[in-house]
Design a protein around this ligand. Structure first.
Ligand code: CA
Length: 235
């Protein structure tokens, strides 16, 4: 049963969110302010957070960044402003999705279900070391990726990666052996609504170079044309 934290200062909205989520089989914890949210996130065991951005004690964007500083828990932000720039800013700051107030219970459940599906750990594939905890180190062949230390080693040698290259590699490592679509990379690694078409390719090429392989002779990074990319242990 997924556990969802509701952060909402308006008691009547909070009560109705709790009711809707409980009806849909979620365990719900709730708090009315930003510091309460940080306390709850620190305690862990959360599958998602629904974060109202108009909180009495903290700017919602700051609350989001502080949550991101301590946890990768999926966050759906609820904003009163239907402003594209604001929404892009929030997605860049680490929100997984957003709802514009007023939203319906059906919208809330749909967004939350999608976010939980995206972030659920996939089942283990044969021959792959896979961690259910997204922060545990993952080993694929001679490659080890440690999300907490933000370091990656190939055959014991540390790779010098940019922040985005690391995020891309860590995401692919967490889903090693399965094809990850471009759409999913956009949603979960870039977390941006609009990027240049070539942006992913540019980062994949850079990563390839640092892993010491070429597109014509791939080892770890296998591009599946028209579908996406997967990280595998080389034969
Ligand atoms: Ca509010």
């Amino acid at each position: 049963m997924p556990c969802v934290l509701v952060v909402e200062d308006d008691p009547s909205i909070r009560a109705s969110l709790i009711e809707i989520l409980s009806e849909h089989g979620h365990t719900v914890r709730s708090t009315g302010d930003g510091f309460g949210a940080l306390r709850e996130v620190t305690q862990g065991a959360l599958d998602a957070v629904v974060l109202d951005l108009g909180l009495p004690d903290l700017d919602g964007g700051d609350a989001l960044r502080m949550i991101r500083g301590i946890s990768n828990v999926p966050v759906v932000v609820a904003t009163a402003r239907d402003d594209e720039n604001e929404i892009v800013r929030l997605l860049n700051a680490g929100a997984d999705d957003y709802l514009v107030k007023p939203f319906s219970g059906a919208q809330l459940i749909a967004r939350l279900t999608a976010v939980l599906r995206r972030t659920a750990a996939p089942g283990p594939a044969a021959g792959q070391a896979r961690a259910a905890d997204p922060m545990s180190p993952v080993t694929v062949g001679e490659l080890t990726v440690d999300p907490l230390a933000r370091s990656a080693h190939l055959a014991g040698r540390e790779l010098a990666l940019t922040r985005r290259e690391f995020d891309l590699l860590a995401f692919l490592a967490r889903h090693a052996g399965t094809v990850v679509s471009r759409r999913r990379l956009l949603a979960d690694v870039w977390r941006e609504a609009y990027i240049e078409d070539q942006t992913i390719d540019v980062h994949v090429s850079a990563l390839r170079r640092k892993l010491g392989e070429r597109a014509s002779a791939p080892r770890y990074l296998r591009t599946v044309r028209g579908v996406g990319i997967k990280l595998v242990a080389p034969h």
